[in-house]
Design a binder for this molecule. Structure first.
Ligand SMILES: *Cc1c(COP(=O)(O)O)cnc(C)c1O
Ligand code: SF4
Length: 344
């Protein structure tokens, strides 16, 4: 079972109708296409609204750009002092060793940078320069290895990254951002898990998943191998129209994370990446979903709802506000004085 990497391959596999192929080839020429066998197997081709299909199968709507969309929506390029490094917050950097992914998400905020036509995998010299930058900046406490998806690299390459970070004393925490444990669980071998730990630092893995169906038994087992090795996991989810923008779907996903020993971390408001308006929701809808989960679902299952302010101004929480001057609202909408004892 192989990854499908073109519109034609998707048509051959019966995932898109042959008559749609010419239009979708135009989309694929602009934005990379890939879906792993594990994810392709989850798609119900007869279901137009399938939440897995909506994440990975190209749609003609991607050719429509709307006002405010930006090829670099969160300002990666304006905060990149050397190739492969993004340094926007004082205590942490992104290190992007590769811009390849196992799947290409149709809503990706780095869609202009990832894929075969995107930014290249760092050369040995560029990687040296990136590590030299980290070594020269003692304020860097955490290195977030992202991309692309860093776990497309071999365990040998992952181990090499860790061993180089091991030599930088001021780096205390290493975080990997990946989709691989869910989209290609077989890649999480014992060798890969060992490689993730090579830095000897406090290592975290942040799993990106957007629908509970992605957490198949095989995916849960792959995450179990990571957590059992002493690596805590957190989650990242993008709020996406028609994929996870209803309270039951979102709660099922957050519960699936917690059942897998993954602490829900961020629910990202969708970035203004080009050609993604058909997948975007409003902030008010996101806040309503967060309200619906608060009070109804375990506190362990509550992510922080986050907006990455367009233009590279940083991430801020944008969840609902319960405390307003002298009153606080309860999860059912009741209003109460706070501090208690005063009339409202
Ligand atoms: C999102 C992001 C981070 C990580 O932010 P956290 O709030 O620590 O998860 C770090 N650097 C950049 C440039 C980012 O975009
Ligand atoms: S795996 Fe991440 S970087 Fe790759 S296409 Fe999906 S969202 Fe973008």
């Amino acid at each position: 079972a192989h990854t499908l990497r073109s519109a034609a391959a998707l048509a051959d596999a019966g995932l898109i109708a042959p008559e749609r192929l010419p239009a979708l080839e135009r989309v694929a020429a602009q934005y990379a296409v890939a879906i792993t066998a594990d994810m392709a197997a989850l798609i119900e081709p007869a279901n137009e609204a399938d939440p897995i299909a909506r994440q990975f199968l190209p749609q003609v709507a991607e050719l429509i750009s709307t006002p405010g969309e930006d090829p670099d929506p969160i300002g990666d390029l304006t905060h990149s002092p050397v190739g492969g490094i993004v340094h926007r917050y004082p205590d942490r950097v992104l290190l992007k060793p590769t811009h390849t992914c196992a799947v290409y998400c149709r809503f990706c905020f780095r869609r202009e940078m990832v894929g075969p036509e995107g930014l290249k995998t760092l050369s040995p010299d560029e990687l040296d320069a990136a590590f030299a930058y980290v070594a020269a900046h003692p304020e860097i406490w955490e290195v977030i290895i992202t991309g692309g998806d860093p776990l497309v690299l071999s365990p040998r390459r992952i181990r090499d990254l860790g061993e180089r970070l091991a030599k930088i004393d001021h780096v205390k925490v290493v975080r990997f951002h990946t989709r691989i444990p869910a989209v290609d669980p077989a890649a999480i071998t014992a060798e890969m898990v060992e490689a993730l730990k090579a830095s000897g630092k406090a290592v975290y893995v942040a799993l990106h998943a957007n629908h509970a169906r992605e957490l198949t038994p095989a995916a849960r087992a792959a995450c179990g191998r990571i957590v059992d090795a002493g690596i805590p996991m957190v989650s990242q989810t993008v709020l996406l129209a028609g994929i996870n923008d209803d309270a039951d779907t979102l709660a099922a996903l957050m519960r699936a994370f917690v059942e897998t020993r993954i602490k829900p971390y961020y629910l990202h408001h969708h970035d203004h990446a080009p050609g993604t308006s058909h997948l975007r929701t409003g902030l008010a809808e996101g806040q309503a979903l967060m309200r619906a989960m608060r009070g109804a679902v375990s506190g362990l299952a509550q992510p922080t709802y986050i907006l990455d302010i367009p233009g590279g101004h940083g991430k801020v929480p944008v969840g609902p506000v319960y405390l307003d001057g002298p009153v606080v609202e309860d999860p059912q909408g009741g209003i109460h004085a706070y501090p208690p004892g005063k009339a409202v």
